[in-house]
Unconditional design. Structure first.
Lengths: 171, 195
């Protein structure tokens, strides 16, 4: 079997290169490859969450101990993080999230649209920088840059992976 | 201090005992009274005090415990704060790092907001939840001797620990620690050898 390096593998490799040691996630199909890479990596802590805000607090705790964590979630999960994101400002904690977008391109499920539409405004309201990847190349590049900025400057950065990039969910 | 109406433990005495000869323990405090209790027991550069982010203390403890397996991490929080992040017990149970302990000071009330009854007064058994989530070591205390046993377990962990201390609803004067979050964070990191 030939193993092809996908753009999601490039994203994972960018996280590793940035020194990320904890990947927390609420699963999404668009993140499946990165999640599986993390689970299969003996040097990575892969933490499955019951809700996305757990991953925000987990990242703060990791940073207290000198660790770097990333939160993987779907756009609907951004809304579950709002209050916990306050510590990006009040404590200047770094925060890095990769967000797979729903509700914006060939979306079958209209219930995904409201939160999908609100994602940039919600993140910006909590002082998290929003960067949007629409191509495979941009996904890995923005992940690498986001990690540098988040952990190097004590900032919050979210990289949004557009639904067109991921591909619409098959029903 | 108001007079307790029952024979439950005094929260300040319990926390002083928990942190007796604390050595290198790193303490993450839950929002509200637990933070005032830890501050009252004596300021320490390994204390992370919380002035917000209700529901996040246990998960902060997990992140710290995973990032620094050689350190001993204790979360001290209240029933209301723990209840807001109850899913964290499921998440912690999956990995259950042996260097993480979570201690809940349970007065069965939302103490900061008018002493409204919490879920632990109305039926929720936090130790039962912790056991059901797979946390391997669960202790309860309703006497100072039992608090001392929890204190010892923080330093000689037999696996990830969840402990509940039944405290009285008696209120204490607030003891307010540093309020600048960046200073609180940077001080803990410096104490752990980080810049």
């Amino acid at each position: 079997m030939t193993v092809t390096q996908t753009w999601q593998d490039n994203v994972y490799d960018a996280l590793k290169a940035a020194g990320v040691g904890i990947v927390s996630y609420v699963p999404d199909a668009g993140h499946a490859r990165v999640i599986n890479r993390a689970i299969g990596d003996a040097e990575m802590e892969a933490v499955v969450l019951t809700t996305e805000e757990e991953g925000v607090a987990l990242a703060y705790g990791a940073w207290l101990g000198g660790g770097k964590a990333v939160l993987l979630m779907q756009s609907s999960g951004v809304g579950n993080c709002i209050n916990m994101l306050g510590l990006v400002q009040s404590c200047r904690f770094p925060f890095l999230a990769l967000v797979t977008m729903r509700g914006e391109w060939e979306e079958f499920n209209p219930w995904q649209e409201p939160m999908g539409r609100a994602v940039p405004a919600v993140l910006e309201a909590m002082a998290v920088d929003v960067r949007r990847a629409e191509t495979p190349e941009a996904a890995a590049t923005l992940t690498a840059q986001g990690a540098v900025d988040a952990f190097g400057q004590d900032r919050g950065v979210a990289v949004l992976f557009s639904q067109e990039l991921i591909g619409a969910k098959k029903w | 201090m108001t007079t307790p109406r029952d024979n439950l433990l005094d929260r300040r005495r319990a926390v002083v005992e928990l942190l007796r000869e604390r050595s290198d323990l790193v303490v993450v405090c839950g929002l509200g009274s637990a933070t005032w209790d830890v501050a009252a027991a004596g300021d320490h550069d390994r204390n992370f005090y919380s002035w917000g982010a209700m529901g996040g203390a246990a998960m902060m403890g997990l992140g710290l415990a995973l990032a620094r397996p050689e350190e001993t991490v204790t979360v001290i929080t209240g029933d209301g704060e723990m209840l807001m992040g109850l899913g964290a017990l499921a998440t912690i149970g999956v990995r259950a790092p042996g260097n993480l302990s979570i201690v809940v000071l349970d007065n069965r009330r939302f103490g900061e907001t008018g002493m409204q009854e919490s879920h632990t007064r109305l039926g929720t058994d936090l130790c039962g939840v912790a056991r059901a989530c797979g946390i391997p070591h669960v202790l309860e205390a309703s006497s100072m001797e039992e608090v001392a046993a929890i204190r010892d377990a923080l330093h000689r962990p037999e696996g990830c620990l969840f402990a509940r201390i039944a405290i009285s609803a008696a209120e204490h004067e607030r003891v307010l620690p540093e309020r600048d979050g960046a200073k609180i964070k940077d001080r803990v990191r410096a104490a752990l050898g980080l810049s």
